[in-house]
Design a protein around this ligand. Sequence first.
Ligand code: HQG
Length: 181
Amino acid sequence: MSKDLNNISKFLSYVLRHQPEAINIRLDTDGWVDIDTLISQANLHGESLTRDLIEQVIKTNDKKRFTLSEDGLKIRAAQGHSTAQVEINYIKQIPPQYLYHGTATRFVDSIKQQGLIAGDRHYVHLSLDEKTATMVGQRHGKPVVVKIKAQLMNQLGYKFYLADNGVWLTNSVPSEFLAWD
Ligand code: HQG
C-alpha cells in the first residue's frame, strides 16, 4: 500500500474506531457512517479524502480493516473499536479448538495473573494462526504468542465472535484457558 493510502488507513482507523468526535461525526451502533458525511467532515478538518481514495484503502488494506456496506453508501471498521458510540452486534460463532494471541514479553507476567483483558478496546483480539499473532505481538515489542483453548471455553459458555476481516473476538480469557510453550 502506498504511503498516502497508509496514512488514510491510519486516519480512518482513528475516527472509525476511537475518536469519531475528532471530526465531528457520529457512528451508528453498528459502527457505520455515511461515506459522504465522512468525506465532508474530514475535509472540513483538514484531511483531504475522496470516495476514490476510500475505495482504494478498502480494497488494498492488508488486514481488511474497513468494510463497505452492501449499498455502497457506508463504511465501518471491522473490529478494534474503543469508542462508546459503537456496540456491534457480532454474530456468535463456534471457534476452532485453538486460537492465538500475540503480545509482548513484558506483558506476560500480568497476563498469567489476570488472563487476557480487553483494555481500551471492546474485545480481546485473537488470531486463527500463530504467524498472524506474532505480527500482532510485534507491534508492542518482543513478540510472544499464547495459545487459547477456545473450543473448551466455548463449551463452558464463553462467547466468541468473528469480525468481517477474520479477527476473532471475545470479552476476556481467564488464565486457565491459556497455554504457554
Ligand atoms: C495486552 C491490530 C497486561 C495485549 C491487531 C496487547 C489486532 C495485557 C495489549 C488489534 C493483558 C493491548 C488488537 C493483561 C492483554 N495484562 N497486558 N492482563 N491482557 N494485554 O493494541 O490485541 O493493525 O489494544 O496482549 O492486528 O495487540 O490496529 O490489542 O498487547 O487485531 O488493525 O494489552 O489491533 O489491528 O493492545 O491488537 P491492543 P492487540 P490493527
